[in-house]
Design a protein around this ligand. Structure first.
Ligand SMILES: [Zn+2]
Length: 428
């Protein structure tokens, strides 16, 4: 620090100083479900240092929010960077080379950021590409959200998403080796494929096709390494195995029974609640697939007449989960069929159709998501939180659509996207 700077600091020591001051903003308090009086938000070292009504509050960079609403950046808890979000993501993945796959991932990362999504959890990927993307985003070479990834998901031989390569397991030794290798390279959690899935021929959603013994071993290794573990579960039997194996979370939670029929099971749902297991119902992607099936007049697998009922069941399930007080986090499954990286608002809008308030739906992709995923001080506009913020034209607590096209997006206190220059000033 030069002597001139230290004089300025001394003179203004009673006023908040930082790297960035966002003036004239209305903070959205997602935890309380209310807005706060307009103020200035001071950011320092990527964190929110203060919320202050001091009109003289300033910083090295000053941005006038023009009375806009400052909400936390969103967290999409279920994404697939290396799928193209088109009609046939497995087919296009297998036809592409790594260069093309990385191109999709870079595009997906930008779409997420422009949609105000500042953190994502990637749920199955070609691990080397995934970790390379994370490095590039972390260095700033690629514009994208904070990423938590699992690297390779684990599945039985030829199981769901085996075509990403690297995740097939047949023994507890395989399970341990694969998880430890993922974690060594930078994975932040463990993902299992505990049932079949629509994207993978040779697997069926109603079958629990990963052995309980392997799931137990995976949970033990994950927890010994201080990370959480979750599983893709369509089959009711796979949900029961996830509970039995001691998993922390369940994805899709679809309640599918042989021969592919949807039947919600309240007793199983109650056990999920008793164990405090977090559910990620991924509703919107299922509804998108239903739309596609209806348009095409056919499903993925010939004769799978229960497919639409099963997919629409995810919305019904979410209503039950809410009624039972389960911990719900919002994720889209984007990258998968017809689900682009800006689908998160659609996901939480679907939650409000089955009982969640707008504030509760918003928490499922901000403060609750951060808490249940163990992300630390993220997902709130509050002192001490990571300064992942979106500036909105209207109040999202009155209208979730306001989240869809943020005016500005800040990642760790840095302006990373600006929708319109109108009304902006004072930027670097
Ligand atoms: Zn998925």
């Amino acid at each position: 620090m030069t002597s001139a700077e230290s004089v300025i600091c001394r003179q203004e020591s009673d006023r908040p100083m930082g790297d960035l001051c966002i003036q004239n903003a209305i903070p959205v308090d997602v935890a309380r479900g209310e807005i706060r009086p307009a103020c200035s938000i001071i950011v320092e070292n990527g964190l929110i240092a203060a919320l202050t009504d001091d009109p003289a509050a300033t910083a090295r960079t000053v941005i006038d929010a023009g009375g806009g609403y400052l909400a936390p950046g969103l967290i999409d808890c279920h994404v697939h960077f290396f799928l193209d979000a088109g009609h046939a993501p497995r087919v296009t993945y297998l036809e592409a080379n790594d260069q093309m796959r990385m191109k999709w991932a870079v595009r997906n990362a930008a779409i997420a950021i422009e949609a105000g999504i500042t953190t994502v959890r990637d749920m199955a990927a070609p691990a080397p590409l995934m970790f390379e993307l994370e490095r590039q985003v972390a260095s700033g070479a690629v514009r994208g959200p904070h990423i938590v990834s699992c690297g390779y998901a684990l599945m039985r031989p030829a199981g769901h998403c085996h075509w990403f390569g690297g995740g097939e397991v047949t023994s507890v030794a395989d399970v341990r080796r694969t998880i430890e290798s993922n974690l060594e390279q930078g994975a932040g959690f463990v993902k299992l494929m505990a049932s079949g899935g629509g994207l993978t021929p040779g697997t069926v959603p109603h079958e629990a096709d990963l052995d309980l013994e392997l799931m137990r071993e995976a949970a033990e290794v994950a927890h010994a390494n201080g990370t959480h573990i979750t599983a893709h579960c369509h089959a009711t039997a796979s949900i029961e195995r996830a509970i039995e194996a001691g998993l922390d979370m369940i994805e899709h939670v679809n309640f599918v029974e042989p021969p592919g029929r949807y039947r919600y099971d309240e007793q199983v749902a109650l056990r999920i609640g008793e164990r405090g297991i977090v559910v990620s119902p991924t509703v919107f992607s299922a509804l998108q697939t239903v739309r596609r099936f209806r348009k095409a007049g056919k499903t993925h697998h010939a004769g799978d007449v229960a497919a639409t009922e099963r997919l629409e069941g995810r919305l019904i399930n979410t209503g039950h989960f809410y009624r039972l007080g389960l911990k719900i986090i919002g994720g889209t499954d984007c990258g998968a069929t017809d689900t682009p990286f800006d689908s998160l608002v659609d996901e939480i809008l679907s939650y409000t159709r089955v009982g969640l308030s707008r504030a509760e739906a918003l928490r499922s992709v901000t403060s609750d998501a951060a808490e249940f995923l163990g992300l630390g001080a993220v997902g709130q506009v509050q002192q001490g939180c990571r300064a992942d913020l979106t500036l909105l034209a209207g109040n999202p607590l009155n209208d979730l659509e306001q989240l869809r096209r943020p005016l500005r997006v800040f990642k760790s206190g840095r302006l990373i996207h600006e929708h319109s220059r109108e009304g902006g000033n004072g930027e670097d």
